[in-house]
Design a protein around this ligand. Structure first.
Ligand code: OGA
Ligand code: MN
Length: 287
């Protein structure tokens, strides 16, 4: 087997490109351990030349399973017909029905499934079809964003909690959830600062795109604080922007990374396939 290497794509350890594995290697114990280690050392892993076509969806899910159990996403209408562990993120239509979520517009800064009581630990997003331009995805390092806050601001937000609302996000960037999905929960309360379940490091876990307000803080002050944290979170030194190539797979850690997708030309086609990785149940909450 080839040696597995990881090369930083950022000035810090935030994002690394992993070489030397294929989808055939994921059942090997040594490969699994090495990948699990790399995903704690780095927060985003970039894999290349993965088979992302329909025939290989089960194998793609297998790579994600190295990092935890997979969750079947609540948006049943957008799941792959070949492997329900895969959610399609796409503007492709069959008749007037979209095969995927998020269409062709911008998806503002967020982290996945914070509207769930036990949010996903991570996600693996793989590119099957990409537009000629546009649709880049950016990632922000929420460990370092937190660590760079002035001590007085860290102290101020310590212990504060925010409401997370899927509908608040959907209103700006996506389609509303249906009645069934709403029943399974679209609102939660989470701390502004979360402790990573495995590394124990603190990360900012709040964005005005998802959080309509901070609990117990007067509305004008809550809005100002959300704005200030937003401005401090997505500074260029914390952000990595990915220009996709077909076969790329990016694995990110939802506990310490936020992401954003740029819009693209609606006449172009984009098809991405995403898995959702559960945290170990005994470490899922609280955080
Ligand atoms: C996601 C997501 C962004 C993209 O799948 O959670 O935000 O680039 N996708 O499609
Ligand atoms: Mn997302």
């Amino acid at each position: 087997m080839m040696a597995i290497t990881a090369t930083n794509l950022t000035a810090t350890d935030f994002v690394a490109e992993v070489r030397g594995i294929t989808l055939d290697d994921v059942d090997k114990e040594g490969v699994r351990r090495r990948l699990q280690y790399l995903w704690l050392k780095h927060q985003v892993l970039v894999f290349r030349e993965l088979e992302t076509d329909d025939a290989n969806e089960k194998r793609l899910a297998g790579l994600s399973r190295v990092f935890g159990e997979l969750e079947i996403h609540s948006r049943g209408e957008y799941l792959s017909p070949n492997a329900p562990e895969l959610l399609y993120v796409s503007n492709v239509k069959v008749g007037d029905r979209s095969v995927g979520v998020l269409g062709d517009g911008e998806a503002g800064w967020h982290t996945d499934q914070t509207y769930r009581p036990t949010p996903a630990l991570g996600s693996l997003l793989a590119a099957a079809i990409i537009p000629e331009t546009g649709g880049d995805t950016s990632f922000a390092d929420m460990y370092r964003a937190y660590e760079a806050l002035p001590a007085s601001l860290q102290k101020r937000i310590d212990g504060l909690k925010a409401a997370h609302s899927y509908e608040h996000f959907n209103k700006q960037y996506s389609e509303p959830a249906n009645a069934q999905q709403r029943k399974s929960g679209t609102d939660q309360i989470h701390p502004l600062v979360r402790v990573h379940p495995i590394t124990g490091r603190k990360a900012l876990y709040v964005t005005k795109n998802v959080c309509p307000y901070i609990l117990g803080v007067e509305p004008a002050q809550s809005a100002a604080l959300l704005e200030e944290l937003y401005e401090r979170s997505f500074r260029p030194e914390f952000v990595y922007r990915h220009r996709w190539t077909v076969g790329d797979g990016l694995l990110w850690d939802n506990a310490c990374v936020m992401h954003r997708r740029e819009s693209f030309d609606p006449n172009q086609t984009r098809l991405m396939k995403r898995t959702t990785i559960r945290p170990p149940e005994d470490l899922a909450v609280p955080f």
